[in-house]
Design a protein around this ligand. Structure first.
Ligand code: PAF
Length: 310
């Protein structure tokens, strides 16, 4: 399978490194010229608990430079604010029966991609893998966990199963599944509980468990998310959402959440696709979400204070 990853930050870089190390034909596209140049000249280095893995996937800053590529699978790993643009740019590289997979955080990414390619060609899901972008050409593999992928519409098919198998073979255990919206909402609720709070407090994920106040804030934000999910008729993939979120925070204790990493790197966060999206869904469905509205405003104020343009 010819694979192109658009967005080679922490997660895109991790997937690229693992797939390239497994011998897959993988290319990356990223707007950060220094990162791309480093990958091209020195390779992409993945720091793991077992040592460094160095690979050299093809790397470009513009999708057009892969024009003749006819990819079988495009994996979108850009920040959610860039998803629509990434999907449009993928039009020039996706092969005639190729599909686009999103494992991004937040709501609405799969739907934006479907607007360009049609829902039949979209795979979506979640990953519990964790990674940090250390610098140009260098990614650190953090927490490990399962990746779940399914079709945006319809039950899993051979393509979906093959994509899951290729990821699993590359050391990213992946499962093909039917209930894609349940997966996406399941991850959304986790991000709602962890990301904004860790970014505001500059806490590692694990520190949320250390204080009664932060556990209470997680509980309040997550309770709203559970009510919005129920009003959307989405069944979450776990029974006790607060326990689940605190367990994920414990399992990824040393990690800096992606939102904290964005704030520390002076980049726009995914607040609009996470807590902000929940607030919008709440308004649509008549479910109050005051805690998430407050978290959204605080992150937006923080972005402005740091001169970050959303
Ligand atoms: O966005 C993130 O950082 C991750 O999705 C998660 C699960 C919160 C772990 O850091």
């Amino acid at each position: 399978m010819k694979i192109v990853i658009i967005g080679a930050g922490a997660m895109g870089g991790l997937f690229a490194a693992r797939l390239a190390a497994a011998g897959e034909d993988v290319s990356v596209v990223d707007v950060w010229a220094e990162h791309v140049e480093t990958i091209r000249t020195q390779g992409l280095i993945l720091e793991t608990g077992e040592g460094e893995v160095r690979t050299k996937p093809a790397a470009v800053t513009r999708v057009e430079d892969l024009a003749a590529c006819a990819a079988d699978l495009v994996i979108v790993f850009v920040k959610s604010g860039m998803t629509a643009a990434a999907a449009r740019s993928a039009q020039t590289i996706l092969g005639p029966v190729g599909r686009v997979l999103t494992l991004q955080n937040g709501l609405g990414n799969a739907e934006m991609i479907a607007e360009v390619f049609g829902a039949d060609r979209v795979l979506a899901g979640t990953t519990a893998q964790g990674a940090t972008l250390i610098g140009p050409g260098r990614i650190r593999h953090g927490g490990r966990g399962d990746t779940h992928i399914g079709r945006l519409t319809g039950p899993v098919d051979d393509f979906c199963r093959e994509a899951a198998m290729i990821l699993s073979r590359a050391g990213i255990p992946a499962i093909a599944e039917d209930a894609v919206q349940s997966l996406i909402w399941g991850k959304l609720v986790i991000n709602v509980g962890i990301n904004a709070l860790t970014a505001l407090l500059r806490f590692t994920n694990g520190q949320l468990n250390d204080h009664a106040e932060t556990r209470e804030l997680v509980k309040l934000a997550v309770a709203e998310a559970v009510q919005v999910a129920a009003a959307s008729d989405v069944r979450l993939p776990y029974d006790n959402a607060v326990e689940k979120v605190l367990a994920v925070a414990a399992a990824t204790a040393a990690n800096r959440s992606s939102m904290l990493q964005d704030i520390l790197r002076g980049r726009a966060t995914e607040i609009d696709a996470i807590n902000g999206a929940l607030v919008r869904e709440g308004v649509r469905l008549g479910v109050p979400t005051p805690v998430n509205a407050t978290l959204t405003l605080l992150i937006k104020a923080l972005e402005k204070q740091q001169g970050i343009c959303g």
